[in-house]
Structure formats: C-alpha cells, structure tokens
Design a protein around this ligand. Structure first.
Ligand code: AMP
Ligand code: MG
Length: 341
C-alpha cells in the first residue's frame, strides 16, 4: 500500500511532536535546584530554588528577609520593634504597616479560635522560659502555681487594643508572635523569590514548616512527609502530602521542651490554664498562606484533634492531628492532599 502525501505529513508531524515531548521531559528533569541552609528565627531555614535568573542571589535575598523579620519580631532582642511595643508601659504605640498586618491577622485568628491561638501570652511564655530554650545555660523548671496564675491574669488578646495604626497593651500583657511569625517569614520569602523571578520554583523549609515557591520542575507537586512525633528517625512519617502551592506547618510537643520527673513541659501553652497543653502531641495544617497555617497549627494543637478536625476547614485549614494516645484525626479535606496529582 502506498502512503498518500497527507499521510506522510501526518506521520512526520507526529514524529516531531514525540521529539518535542521527549526533549521537554529531559530538559525538565535537568532543571537544577540550588539550596542553602541558615539558622534564623530559632530554626534551620532551607531555601531550595530553580531559576533561570540568579538563584544564589534569590536565596540570599530570601535569607536576608528572614534575618530582617527576626530582628523586628524577636522578643529576645531588646531593641526589636516587638520589644518596644511590649516596653511601652501601656501607652499607644504607632505601628508600621507590616507590624499592623501581622498583629491584625494574629488577633483575627485569636478571635476565630476563641483564644486557642493567642498572640498576647508573652508573660506566660517568658515565665516558663520557652523563649530561651535554645540558650546553652537554659535550665527547665516548673513555675509556682501562684506565678502561673498571675501570668494568666496578665495575658490574653482581649487586652490588646488596636486603633488604626496605634496599639495599646492593657493590663500589663505582652505580645509573643512566636506562633505566627515563622509562617509570615515563609510567605515573605516566597513573595521575594517570586518578585525576583516569577518563573522560579522550589520551596522554603523553616524547621519543617514549608511554603511552596513553585511546583517541582514547574509542573509536579512536592511530596512532603509529616514527621512522626515520637520517632527519632527523621524519615519516619505519619503521612505524605503532595503540594504544588500553599503551605504546610506542624506544631509539635517535641520541638521545644524539657522533661522533669518524667513529665514533658513543652512550648505550646493552654492560654486558659497557663500550663503546656496536654493530650495533643502534634498538629499539622495545610493552608494557602504559611502565616495562616502557622497560627492555625498552634490553635489546633490547643483545641485538640477531635475538635480541630471539625472547625479548621471553616478557618481555611486542612489538617492531621495526633493525641497523646497516638490516635490520628484528620479534616475531611485532608485526603485531597495525600493523593498524588
Ligand atoms: P508553633 O511552634 O508555631 O506552634 O508556635 C509555638 C510558639 O508560639 C511558642 O514558642 C510561643 O512563642 C508561642 N505560643 C505558645 N503557646 C501559644 C498559644 N496558645 N497561642 C499563640 N502562640 C503561642
Ligand atoms: Mg504556629
């Protein structure tokens, strides 16, 4: 049988298409990822980027942003802006736009979670010392009941008054944005990378709190393991999720803690009792921004998995929660992320 001219054209076009597809696949797989790790905001920050522009410069800019945010939001630095707000003796303090933005979001999530997430626990966190747990001379100790009661009395987001750009801390409360600022830094890092190269792909991992800059090889999802809260093996996961955008953040009782007489005292405080939360060991939340995922994971940790798995979706989060008996709870939308797309 002789092929017509049209058939030859068809076969040739098909061959060209196959060659293009193969070349694209090969090129795609050779897209190179550059990464760098640095300590910032009390954790290990890894930036992983592929970009046709200048990936090393993008990484430097992202890490510089982390350092800038730490200098502004760390309660451990006497001249940080957050320390200046805390030290303003109950007088109105004029915030810049960025500080107002983060505090506004923190207060919104505090209200929405009925204070499970509370950005005004500075006195309690300072009393327990969890803000200094990384220091070499830190020694864990349990404060007296009286001291805890007094710190509970001078804590709580209801005492934070915001009028436009002015913030006033009533009743001696102090802010601690440790439960939200890492997420904010991840969001800023993503924004900077995307501004420098809208086609950049990769992710930012700040102590296993992860925000996606862009899909792997521009089209695949990143697979991310959810750390097993009681395993020493960093490769042992509770679950694996697939993300091509957005963010996943875990709050765990294994992150900052000390043990006295067999009792684990960790860094997530129940604002009502003033003691570290009991009955939850880890709370992982996926959300469109890392800032929300961060605050919501802390809130979910306090609320407990059973309750959190019901209310988190209405606050824009999907999650996986583990209680002290290692029972797992997930929101209804969680399984969407555990299937590779
Ligand atoms: P995360 O690891 O994101 O859950 O944040 C824990 C950090 O947030 C702690 O180290 C404290 O600085 C702060 N924190 C502790 N308990 C709470 C709470 N109930 N709400 C908001 N922030 C908290
Ligand atoms: Mg958090």
């Amino acid at each position: 049988m002789r092929l017509t001219r049209n058939s030859w054209i068809l076969i040739a076009s098909f061959a060209v298409l196959v060659i293009i597809l193969i070349t694209t696949a090969v090129l795609r797989d050779t897209e190179e990822y550059v990464s760098k790790v640095e300590i910032a905001l009390g954790t290990t920050v890894r930036v992983v980027i592929a970009s046709d522009k200048n990936p090393a410069l993008i990484i430097e800019s992202v890490l510089r942003e982390f350092r800038r945010i730490e200098e502004k939001f760390s309660v451990n630095l006497a001249d940080s802006e957050i320390s200046r707000i805390n030290g303003n003796n109950g007088q109105p303090y004029e915030m810049d736009e960025e500080m107002a933005f983060v505090i506004e979001r923190a207060l919104t999530i505090a209200k929405a979670t009925n204070g499970a997430f509370d950005p005004a626990l500075g006195n309690l966190i300072n009393l327990w010392g969890f803000d200094k747990i990384g220091d070499v001379d830190f020694k864990g100790r349990v404060p007296s009941d009286d001291a805890i009661l007094a710190a509970v009395a001078s804590s709580g987001y209801e005492n934070v008054e915001v009028n436009g750009v002015y913030i006033t801390l009533n009743n001696g409360v102090k802010l601690d944005l440790g439960g939200i600022v890492k997420g904010y830094a991840i969001d800023r890092g993503i924004a900077i990378a995307q501004e420098m190269d809208p086609k950049a792909t990769g992710y930012i991992d700040a102590g296993r709190d992860i925000g996606i800059i862009g899909p792997k090889f521009s089209s695949d999802s990143w697979s991310i393991g959810v750390q097993h809260p009681r395993s020493d093996n960093p490769g042992e996961y509770l679950d694996v999720v697939y993300l091509e955008k957005g963010s996943i953040v875990t709050s765990g009782d294994y992150e900052r803690f000390f043990i006295i007489d067999g009792v684990r005292y960790h860094h997530i405080i129940n604002p009502k009792t003033g003691y570290p939360v009991v009955k939850t060991v880890s709370a992982t939340v996926i959300s469109s921004t890392a800032m929300d995922a961060d605050a919501l994971s802390t809130a979910a940790f306090v609320l407990g998995g059973e309750f959190a798995s019901v209310i988190l979706p209405s606050l824009g989060g999907q999650g996986l929660f583990v209680n002290d008996e290692m029972e797992q709870f997930t929101t209804e939308g969680w399984s969407f992320f555990t299937e590779k797309r």
